[in-house]
Design a protein around this ligand. Structure first.
Ligand code: HIF
Length: 289
């Protein structure tokens, strides 16, 4: 990783136009023929989320501030398998814009992944600084897909989210797929895994699902085509009495989903950044490339 310090001093003078240039550079290379479904957007979104989702509100540790997944220990956490693809992509962007911190870069990547696949505008602001190895969080802070509602609440309440926000965030599984050589699970959640939409909720509620019969970890497949998947944690949203009505609402109303998702995802990307690091800056909107 580059030794050139991204961080406070460099960030202070930068304007929206500077970040728009970084965003445009990220956006320009997302399409990639022959990789998965033709886009790096899903794995880049997953990097932004895993960099942020380690936050613990009690100890105020983890989160997007220090980009500690640069270090071998956190990069090696089981939940982060495969994210080298996204980090390598971002390394190339970092070479073009050495002044940006990794935390700002990776979270801006998440914004680009959502906006460039047709999702809502995500308010975003710079201010994260590059941390050191001792800032790494212990393994086990990211969710375990084999579990149910209680686990989802334990993990996302720890970050400060409520039930409605948990369901709103979950719609991001409209994008991307599971890889046997990364998580052990297999397949995409939707028929259009490079388009951000409310399809995840509609399929979750309205497709008949069955357990997949295979040697891999327990997951669902759709009965009709057997080409889609749901994780046990995804299915928990459709069965839990508090989560289910929100799933139903988002399945019917994409506008409300987009609005709620944008707010919850913007919050996710800011977890772990102390207020003073924003230096009074308010979130900005970056234009779609
Ligand atoms: Fe995921 N997620 N996620 N996830 N995730 C995977 C892939 C993606 C969970 C588990 C998995 C969120 C929540 C949870 C994305 C984005 C988000 C994979 C497969 C697993 C197992 C990894 C692989 O094999 O490549 C669990 C248990 C979550 C708690 C509910 C977020 C809301 C949905 C926070 C979120 O934004 C994306 C995008 C992918 C696809 C990556 C790809 O390479 O295509």
């Amino acid at each position: 990783y580059s030794q050139q310090e991204g961080g406070a001093a460099a960030t202070a003078e930068k304007t929206k136009e500077d970040y728009q240039k970084v965003y445009n550079a990220i956006a320009a290379g997302l399409e990639k023929e022959g990789y998965d479904d033709g886009s790096l957007a899903p794995v880049i979104l997953r990097l932004a989320w895993h960099a942020s989702g380690t936050y613990d509100k009690e100890t105020k540790t983890g989160g997007s501030n220090y980009a500690t997944m640069r270090f071998p220990s956190e990069a090696g956490h089981g939940a982060n398998a495969g994210l080298h693809v996204a980090r390598d992509y971002m390394e190339n962007i970092k070479k073009q814009f050495p002044w940006i911190s990794y935390g700002d870069l990776w979270t801006l990547g998440g914004v680009a992944a959502i906006q460039e696949t047709g999702g809502p505008t995500i308010p975003w602001r710079p201010g994260r600084i590059d941390g050191v190895e001792v800032n790494q969080t212990p393994d086990g802070r990211l969710p375990d897909a084999s579990q149910g509602s209680k686990h989802l609440r334990d993990i996302f309440y720890r970050m400060g989210f409520n039930d409605r926000e948990i369901v709103a965030l979950a719609g991001a599984h409209a994008l991307g797929r599971c890889h046997v050589d990364r998580s052990g699970y297999d397949g995409p959640w939707t028929f259009s895994p490079v388009t951000f939409s409310n399809q995840f909720y509609d399929l979750l509620l309205n497709e008949p699902w069955q357990w997949k019969k295979w040697k891999g970890p327990a997951q669902y497949e759709d009965k009709k085509t057997r080409s889609l998947m749901m994780l046990p944690t995804d299915m928990a949203l459709a069965t839990d009495p508090k989560f289910k009505p929100v799933v139903q609402e988002y399945a019917k109303d994409e506008e409300t989903f987009f609005k709620d998702f944008a707010k919850a995802f913007a919050t996710l990307l800011e977890l772990g950044v102390p207020e003073e690091q924003w230096k009074g800056k308010q979130p900005m909107t970056i234009d779609t490339a």
